[in-house]
Design a protein around this ligand. Structure first.
Ligand SMILES: Cc1cc2nc3c(=O)[nH]c(=O)nc-3n(C[C@H](O)[C@H](O)[C@H](O)COP(=O)(O)OP(=O)(O)OC[C@H]3O[C@@H](n4cnc5c(N)ncnc54)[C@H](O)[C@@H]3O)c2cc1C
Length: 405
């Protein structure tokens, strides 16, 4: 017997995008179901959880969900720089706690959360438009019928793939990470580590979670490099290379592994009765492959737009289009610029990285942060180029400016 449910809105994926969409829709009185295939929200962690205090405040994420960071250290094979700020602007999230808080917020507004519910098919009407999803739930086969479906299933993009709207991401980052206990942690300081030994196309990191725990990880761009991030991570920890050596004795607590799209903003994200959000929409900053703040922000917008469309009884592509318009206006130009900088970084030799760190040394904390966050507003870039007449900074400016034109 197939178990059947009727909702106004069905959201596939209980990550930050899905929970945030559920929160906004349920808040507006929309009957919302949030479907998650794992046993609990954030059972598996697939991210290192760095984000920005400004966004944390905007979202209302509680203080006990993150560790603030105010020193930003970078190292290449023969160079090192630390940019220190007076107040913290970055943060390393307790990922499980934060993601569960986001889902709880949605539940408090009345969204119903179904865990152990794995969606694998779509239900279509006679015109071929989506009108629900099906899969397996706690008691076997399950069907959810709805007016709108939000695909927040992350990298796997289950719903839009089942609709044959998209194929697998071609360019993506693969990341492996150990959360470890370590003897000597500076909890205010993160490390980004670049160069061939760390990652042939990407970077390695040390992100402090608390005074006793850090995440040590490696991200590798695919298909640019065939190196396995898990193998590389083990080598880095065994050889205690660079700043990893300063951590003293390391005791692994948990292993994390994940994939993140890096194909730019190539996907259309609204169709009749369907919205794509978060990693399933490719909404990530390609420079450091961070997408949590976009998943939450655009998740909320997706929930709001879906709710409005459901309320007026018009859920076609045109009615959902304000969602796509909104997020493209906010990030399209920044992400295109960041893609250009990333292309340049991917081709770097160790020597190029040593020199690039000299450029980064010149930046004030806020300039460095704008850069790493891909906040390439034209005003920011003009300020940067006038303050730093050095050729290399000018080159970066031109790169970003050209991407905008
Ligand atoms: C190694 C690594 C490190 C990263 N580090 C950072 C970082 O430091 N900062 C940052 O901002 N971003 C980082 N990211 C990116 C960030 O994790 C993602 O951008 C973000 O998680 C996207 O959120 P989402 O809700 O779209 O997808 P996800 O967080 O992937 O959530 C999708 C959810 O859908 C569920 N699901 C999938 N398929 C189905 C299905 N068929 N049925 C039911 N449920 C399903 C999954 O179980 C999951 O819970 C990193 C990514 C990787 C891979």
């Amino acid at each position: 017997m197939v178990q059947k449910f009727e909702y106004d809105l069905v959201i596939v994926g209980g990550g930050p995008a899905g929970s945030s969409a559920a929160f906004e829709a349920a808040k507006r009185g929309i009957r919302t179901a949030l479907l998650e295939r794992e046993e609990s929200i954030a059972e598996t962690v697939r991210t290192s959880g760095v984000t920005w205090i400004q966004n944390i405040k905007e979202f209302g994420i509680p203080e006990d969900c993150f560790n603030p960071i105010k020193n930003y250290s970078f190292c290449s094979p023969n160079n090192e720089v630390t940019i220190s700020d007076e107040l913290p602007s970055a943060a390393v999230l307790d990922v499980r706690k934060t993601y569960r808080w986001l889902a709880d917020q949605a539940a408090k507004q009345g969204a119903e959360i179904f865990v152990k519910t794995n969606v694998n098919k779509v239900i279509k009407d006679d015109k071929g438009d989506i009108v629900g999803v099906s899969g397996t739930g706690l008691q076997g086969e399950i069907e959810f019928h709805s007016k709108v479906v939000i695909d927040a299933s992350g990298f796997s993009s289950t719903v839009c793939k089942a609709m044959n709207f998209v194929t697998q991401w071609k360019r993506f980052g693969a990341g492996a990470e150990y959360e470890v206990k370590a003897e000597n942690i500076d909890k205010d300081t993160w490390w980004l580590m670049v160069g061939q030994k760390y990652s042939p196309a990407g970077y390695a990191w040390i992100f402090p979670v608390s005074k006793d725990v850090v995440r040590i990880g490696v991200g590798i761009g695919k298909p640019e490099s065939s190196v396995d991030p898990t193998e590389r991570l083990k080598e880095l920890i065994e050889t205690k290379i660079g700043p990893i050596g300063k951590l003293g004795k390391i005791t692994p607590i948990e292993f994390h592994y994940g994939l993140i799209p890096n194909d730019g903003l190539s996907r259309k994200t609204v169709y009749n009765n369907l919205i794509l959000v978060g990693d399933s929409a490719g909404q990530a900053n390609p420079l450091v492959l961070e997408g949590i703040r976009y998943a939450i922000k655009f998740g909320r917008i997706a929930g709001k737009v879906a709710a409005q469309a459901i309320k007026v009884g018009k859920t076609d592509e045109e009615s959902l289009a304000p969602y796509e318009k909104n997020w493209r206006k906010e990030i399209q130009s920044k992400i295109n610029s960041a893609g250009k900088v990333q292309e340049r970084w991917i081709g770097f030799s160790d020597d190029d990285w040593d020199k690039e760190l000299d450029v980064i040394k010149e930046l004030k904390p806020e300039e460095f942060l704008d850069f790493i966050k891909a906040d390439f507003g034209l005003t920011n870039m003009i300020k940067l180029a006038t303050r730093h007449p050095k050729l290399a900074v000018r080159q970066l400016f031109n790169l970003v400016k050209n991407a905008k034109e």
